[in-house]
Design a protein around this ligand. Structure first.
Ligand SMILES: [Zn+2]
Length: 325
């Protein structure tokens, strides 16, 4: 099974703390859980948000990453707060109720804490924003000394195993095909893209085959960089703007990213590869259509027009990779 796992919150958008710190603990548990699920033969991706992300971006990012991974099951690890004691597992109404009850019961048994069971919630970003069946595990209460004592008495491995048992059953994983090798063999560097949208949202940096962009919102600024010189130029209502080489700081308007705050409608990239045998291949989505052919460098042969976009319609997504020719 393909499973996406994350630890809730970030240091920037901190979770609960008391006797235990939620973010510190949930990161350790999710790492152990990922290792345990992989050991049982599952394909697991980590959809944890980046440390610098605040609310609600951290939540959107978790969902975006889980959805992009084609996961068949999503799991977010949290610790609870608010004066209770014990384990509970949250799910969207009408899905995952049995699975949630099973995870909760197994985890409660291992911890020796009350089993608060499965709880249906329709107000949580993780459960609302994921395309796949998803659960949110509240391992124990950070503000209960009894919970901390019970938590400290068992290993992270035991906690991860109990959760995995509830999620996928003990060692009964269906065999899965190994993941496809990455498109680039490591000989060429990755191109990193990071977008700031017209609504002010700053997205996490992505690499091929992921795209920069979110929700059909026009891209206002774009950072794009790699280990080789990559020249980037944006077109807006103000025409073609100054080009930059490896703009790599989306918050540094003017020299760290291309764009002027208005919707970007055209994009040019040019790669100077050490062996002169590679180009940047890039592709944009406009009007929801991501099927436009790739543009390579500034080429105008093979039906290419030297840039991506139509210079009229806002660009909402950008992908880029290095290609040999
Ligand atoms: Zn939480």
């Amino acid at each position: 099974m393909i499973i996406s796992v994350n630890g809730g919150h970030t240091p920037t958008s901190a979770g609960a703390s008391g006797y235990l710190d939620e973010v510190r603990e949930d990161r350790i548990i999710k790492d152990c859980l990922i290792a345990e699920l992989r050991a049982r033969g599952h394909e697991v991706s980590d959809s944890t948000a980046d440390d610098w992300m605040g609310y609600p971006q951290e939540l959107n990012t978790q969902c975006q990453r889980a959805n992009a991974s084609d996961a068949e099951l999503g799991v977010s690890i949290h610790l609870n707060a608010g004066g209770g004691t014990g384990v509970e597992v949250l799910h969207y109404p009408g899905t995952c109720e049995g699975l949630s009850a099973d995870v909760s019961a197994r985890l409660a048994a291992v911890l020796g804490l009350p089993d608060r069971g499965a709880k249906a919630r329709s107000d949580l970003g993780w459960l609302n924003g994921t395309n796949m069946p998803a659960v949110l595990v509240e391992v124990c209460f950070v503000d209960s000394s009894a919970d901390k004592e019970a938590y400290d008495a068992v290993s992270y491995q035991a906690i991860a195993c109990a959760i995995a048992d509830g999620l996928v059953g003990g060692g009964q994983a269906a065999p899965i095909a190994p993941p496809a090798p990455p498109a680039s063999s490591g000989e060429v560097p990755a191109i990193y893209l990071q977008a700031k949208l017209a609504d002010g949202t700053v997205l996490p940096a992505t690499t091929w085959p992921d795209y920069a962009g979110w929700g059909g919102v026009p891209i206002a600024y774009l950072a794009a960089w790699c280990e080789w010189p990559l020249e980037v130029q944006a077109y807006t209502a103000n025409g073609w703007l100054n080009s930059l080489t490896n703009p790599d700081d989306i918050e540094n308007l003017g020299s760290g990213c291309v764009g002027d705050g208005t919707p970007m409608m055209g994009l040019k990239m040019y790669l100077t590869s050490p062996d002169s045998r590679h180009v940047v291949a890039y592709q944009v989505t406009i009007d929801g259509n991501c099927g436009y052919p790739e543009q390579r460098d500034h080429e105008t042969s093979d039906g290419q027009d030297g840039y991506a976009g139509d210079l009229v319609t806002a660009i909402t997504e950008v992908k880029a990779r290095i290609e040999a020719y």
